[in-house]
Design a protein around this ligand. Structure first.
Ligand code: C2E
Ligand code: CA
Ligand code: CA
Length: 755
C-alpha cells in the first residue's frame, strides 16, 4: 500500500485515519478488535513513510524511520497472530502481547536513533560511529541506573521476572536516549522552528510516560502497542514533507558533552553499586557504558588532534611553511589587543614575475624559498613571518615602532640582496599601543610598500603626507573623469582658459597670446594645470580636453580678430594628442567652426614630445603646416636634442625655456648659448620667443641677443579672455615701466599661485 508522492494532502488524511484506528483500539468496546485496528493503523504509518522514501533526497532520514515503523509493526502483527491462534490475551507480564511491543521497541530504537542522527543538520564529520557508541553507552548507563534503583527501591510491580524488568529498563533507557537525542538535534541542528522536531519529541515523551506507567495490568500490551503505533503515525505525518538536512560542519563539542554525561552516570552507578547487595546487573551495565564511552572519547580525542592538524594546515603556507594570510590576520587581531605597539613590514619581490615567466614556476618557487630562508635569518625571534600569496610577504613585529621596524626591514633587505641577489620593496608601518588596527596597519604598510617600489625598491616607511596626496590625486582623477563625462556644458563652466600675451621685443606690440588652461574646481577652487594635466593624461582624457580647448581658444581669437585685434593664439598639445590619429581632421574642424585664419593658430609641442617619435612628429607637423597652421617648439633647451635634429621639422617658432631666460642676464655663458641658438633658429627660419621674462633688464638683454618675442610676467600674467581686450587697450596707451605696450607687474590677473 503506497500513496502517490505528489499527494501530501492525501497522506495527511491517511495519517489522521490511522490515528483514529489506533485510538479506537483503546476503547474498551473494541478490545477484541484491537490487534486488527492497530495493525491497520500501523500499516498506514508504514505506507506513508515509505512514500517519503520514494521521494528520497532527505539524506536517509526516512529510510531509517521507515525501518523503525516497520519493525514496530511486527508487534501488532504478532499479537494478531497470537490472538487468532487463541492464546491468552494480555494478562500476564510474560504474555506475548506485552513482551512483543517491548521487544519490538528495543529493536526499533537503534533505527529511530539513526533516523534522528540523520535529521541532524549539524554533522560532525565522523558523527555516525561515534554517535552509535554514545547511544549504546547511554542506554547501558541509564539501564544500569534503573536496575540499581529497582534493586534499592523496587518501584516495579513485584510479579515481573528479572528478564522482563531488564527489558523494561532497556526500553526506558532507549526512550530517554531518543528523547535526549531528539532534543539535542532540535536545539543544535537549528530545527527549533521545524514543528516536526517538537512533534517527535512529544511522541517520545508520551511513549516514555506510557512506559513508566506500565504496571503489568491486563491492558498494558494494547496500550503500549497503541502508544508506539501513534508514535509511528506521528513520524509518518512528519514524513509527508521533506526535511532540511544540509550538512553543516560542526565542532566535536556536542558529542563530547554527551559522552561526558554518560560517563558521569556510569561512574556514579559503579560507585553506588554494592555488588553483594545489588547483584552484578548494575555493574555490568555500567561497565559496558564506561567501555563504550571510553572508546568514544578516544575516538573524539583523535578527531580533535586531526582537527588541530587541519587547522594548522589551514594557517600555513604550503610552499614555504610560513604563516599564511589567514594566520597573519589572526596574529594582527591578537596584536591589536596587546598593550604594546606593533610594527608591520610588507614585502614584495621586485620583478618576480619576470623570473616566473622566463624560468618557469619551479624556478619561481625555488626563488621564493631562498628568499624566505635568507629573510628569516634577519628576523627577531618574536616576529611573525607570513606569506600573503604570490611574491608578497609580511612580517609582524610585536612591540616595534617605525624605527625598530625599519631596522629589521633594512637587515632583511640586506640579507636577501646578499644571499639571493634579488631586489625587494619593503613597506614599513607601525602603530602605537592602543591604536593597532589590523586593516589600517595592512593598508598603510601596503601604501608604504608601493611608495618604496615606485622609488625603485628598498625600504620605505609609511608617510601619511604621501598617502594623503595619493588619495587626493585619486579623488581629483575621479572628479576630472566626471567632468569630462558630464560633457560640453560643464567643461565650459569649469575649464577656464587664460591668455598670456606675447610681445614683439622690437616694437613692443602684442602679437599673440598663449592659451593656458585652469580648472575652476567646485570645491578646491582654481587649479593650476600642473595639478591635473598629468591626471588627464593618465586617465586618457587629454584628447578630449585639448579638443575642447582648441575650440575655445580659436573661437576667442576669431572674436578678437573680428573686433580688430588680430592676434595669434598658441595652444599647447600634449604628447598623446600629437599622436592622435584624427588630429589633422580635428584641426580642420576647429578652424572651420571658428573661422580663424589657419596662420593665426600656433600649436606648441615640447621638444621632448617631438623627439619621442620623430617620424610621427614629422608627418603630423607637415600635415599642419600644409594647412598653414604654425608649429612651435616649446620648452626648448630642457631636452637633450640639438637644434640640428629639429631642422627637418617644418616648425615656425622656437620657445626658449624659462631656464635660459632667468640666467641670461647674469650668466655670460647662457647669453652666448642663447645668442647662438637664436642665430641658428633664424637661419632655419624660426621665430624665437623667450618665456618667463619677468623684468625689463632681461627683456633688454634678450632684445640684444636678437630674440624676437617676449612672454612673461613683465608684460602680464595669464588672464581670462574678458580681460584681454581691456589689457590691450591699456597697453596701447603706453603704461610706464615696460616696453611700450607692456604692463609691468600687472597683478595676477587670474594667474595661478604657483607661478
Ligand atoms: P608652458 O607651456 O611652458 O607655459 C608657460 C608657463 O609659464 C605657464 O604656467 C605660465 O603661467 C608660466 N609663466 C608665464 N610667464 C611667467 C613668468 O614670467 N614667470 C614664471 N615663473 N612663470 C611664467 P601654467 O599656466 O601654470 O602652465 C604650466 C604648464 O602647463 C604649461 O607650461 C604647459 O606645459 C601646460 N599647459 C597649460 N595649459 C595647457 C593646455 O591647454 N594644454 C596642454 N597640453 N598643456 C597645458
Ligand atoms: Ca607652452
Ligand atoms: Ca614652455
Amino acid at each position: 500500500m503506497t500513496l502517490s508522492p505528489a499527494a501530501p494532502r492525501r497522506r495527511e488524511a491517511a495519517v489522521a485515519a490511522g490515528a483514529l484506528l489506533a485510538g479506537a483500539a483503546l476503547l474498551p468496546a473494541a478490545r477484541g478488535a484491537a490487534p486488527v485496528l492497530l495493525l491497520l493503523a500501523h500499516l498506514v504509518a508504514v505506507a506513508v513513510v515509505a512514500g517519503a522514501l520514494r521521494r528520497g533526497g532527505d539524506d536517509g532520514v526516512w529510510r531509517w524511520w521507515a525501518a523503525t515503523v516497520a519493525v514496530l509493526g511486527l508487534a501488532p502483527a504478532a499479537a494478531l497472530v497470537a490472538a487468532s491462534s487463541g492464546s491468552s490475551p494480555a494478562s500476564t507480564p510474560g504474555s506475548s502481547s506485552a513482551v512483543l511491543p517491548a521487544l519490538a521497541a528495543l529493536a526499533a530504537a537503534p533505527l529511530a536513533y539513526q533516523g534522528l542522527v540523520r535529521w541532524n543538520r549539524f554533522r560532525t564529520y565522523v558523527s555516525d560511529p561515534g554517535d552509535w557508541l554514545n547511544g549504546v553507552s547511554a542506554v547501558l548507563a541509564i539501564t544500569a541506573a534503573g536496575v540499581l534503583l529497582q534493586r534499592r527501591a523496587g518501584f516495579l510491580p513485584a510479579p515481573w521476572p528479572a528478564w522482563r524488568e531488564q527489558l523494561w529498563l532497556l526500553d526506558v533507557g532507549a526512550l530517554v536516549l531518543l528523547l535526549g537525542t531528539a532534543a539535542t538535534v532540535a536545539a543544535i541542528g537549528g530545527l527549533a522552528r521545524d514543528r516536526r522536531a517538537w512533534a517527535v519529541q512529544c511522541a517520545l515523551a508520551a511513549l516514555l510516560v506510557v512506559s513508566l506507567c506500565l504496571r503489568g495490568g491486563a491492558s498494558d500490551g494494547v496500550r503500549l502497542q497503541a502508544a508506539w503505533t501513534l508514535a509511528a503515525l506521528v513520524v509518518a505525518a512528519c514524513s509527508v514533507r521533506p526535511v532540511r538536512s544540509a550538512a553543516v560542519p560542526a565542532s566535536s563539542q556536542a558529542p563530547a558533552v554527551g559522552s561526558f554525561i554518560v560517563l558521569a552516570l556510569a561512574v556514579a552507578v559503579l560507585a553506588a553499586t554494592d555488588v553483594p547487595r545489588d547483584g552484578w546487573g548494575p555493574t555490568a551495565y555500567a561497565l559496558g557504558a564506561t567501555l563504550g564511552v571510553s572508546v568514544r572519547v578516544v575516538h573524539l580525542l583523535r578527531e580533535l588532534a586531526q582537527l588541530a592538524v587541519s587547522r594548522r594546515e589551514a594557517l600555513t603556507d604550503e610552499l614555504t611553511g610560513l604563516a599564511n594570510r589567514r594566520a597573519l590576520l589572526q596574529h594582527l587581531v591578537v596584536a591589536a589587543r596587546q598593550r604594546h605597539g606593533t610594527g608591520l613590514l610588507l614585502i614584495d619581490i621586485d620583478r618576480f614575475k619576470e623570473v616566473n615567466d622566463r624560468q618557469g614556476h619551479h624556478a619561481g618557487d625555488a626563488l621564493l624559498r631562498r628568499v624566505v630562508a635568507a629573510a628569516a635569518r634577519a628576523l627577531p625571534a618574536d616576529a611573525v613571518f607570513a606569506r600573503l600569496g604570490g611574491d608578497e610577504f609580511a612580517v609582524l613585529l610585536p612591540g616595534c615602532d617605525d624605527e625598530g621596524a625599519t631596522a629589521v626591514g633594512r637587515a632583511l633587505h640586506e640579507a636577501v640582496v646578499r644571499h639571493v641577489d634579488i631586489g625587494l620593496s619593503i613597506g614599513v608601518r607601525s602603530l602605537p599601543a592602543g591604536a593597532v588596527d589590523p586593516d589600517r596597519l595592512l593598508r598603510q604598510a601596503d601604501t608604504a610598500m608601493y611608495a618604496a617600489k615606485t622609488a625603485g625598491g628598498g625600504v620605505g616607511v609609511y608617510d601619511s603626507d604621501v598617502d594623503a596626496r595619493s588619495r587626493e590625486r585619486a579623488a581629483l582623477a575621479a572628479d576630472l573623469k566626471a567632468l569630462v563625462a558630464a560633457g560640453e556644458h560643464r567643461l565650459r563652466r569649469e575649464l577656464v582658459v587664460h591668455y598670456q600675451p606675447q610681445v614683439d621685443v622690437l616694437t613692443g606690440r602684442v602679437v599673440g597670446v598663449e592659451a593656458l588652461v585652469r580648472w575652476e574646481h567646485p570645491v578646491r577652487g582654481l587649479l593650476a594645470p600642473v595639478t591635473f594635466l598629468d591626471l588627464a593624461e593618465e586617465q586618457g582624457l587629454m584628447d578630449e580636453l585639448t579638443v575642447h580647448l582648441l575650440h575655445r581658444a580659436t573661437a576667442d581669437a576669431a572674436l578678437w580678430a573680428h573686433g580688430g585685434l588680430p592676434l595669434r593664439v598658441s595652444v599647447n598639445l600634449s604628447a598623446s594628442t600629437l599622436a592622435h590619429p584624427d588630429l589633422l581632421r580635428i584641426v580642420d574642424d576647429v578652424l572651420a567652426r571658428s573661422g580663424l585664419a589657419p596662420g593665426r593658430l600656433v600649436l606648441e609641442v615640447t621638444e621632448t614630445t617631438l623627439m619621442a617619435d620623430p617620424d610621427l612628429a614629422l608627418a603630423v607637423t607637415r600635415g599642419l603646416t600644409r594647412r598653414g597652421v604654425q608649429l612651435s617648439i616649446d620648452d626648448y633647451g630642457t631636452g637633450y636634442s640639438s637644434l640640428a635634429y629639429l631642422t627637418d621639422l617644418p616648425a615656425t617658432e622656437l620657445k626658449l625655456d624659462r631656464a635660459f631666460t632667468v640666467r641670461v642676464l647674469h650668466e655670460p655663458r647662457t647669453a652666448q648659448i642663447v645668442e647662438a641658438t637664436v642665430a641658428l633658429a633664424h637661419r632655419l627660419g624660426l621665430r624665437v620667443v623667450a618665456e618667463g621674462v619677468e623684468d625689463a633688464a632681461t627683456r633688454d638683454v634678450l632684445g640684444r641677443l636678437d630674440v624676437d618675442e617676449s612672454q612673461g610676467y613683465l608684460h602680464a600674467r595669464p588672464m581670462p579672455p574678458g580681460q584681454v581686450r581691456r589689457w590691450l587697450e591699456l597697453a596701447a596707451g603706453g603704461v610706464p615701466g615696460g616696453v611700450p605696450g607692456g604692463v609691468p607687474g600687472e597683478p595676477a590677473a587670474g594667474g595661478v599661485a604657483q607661478e
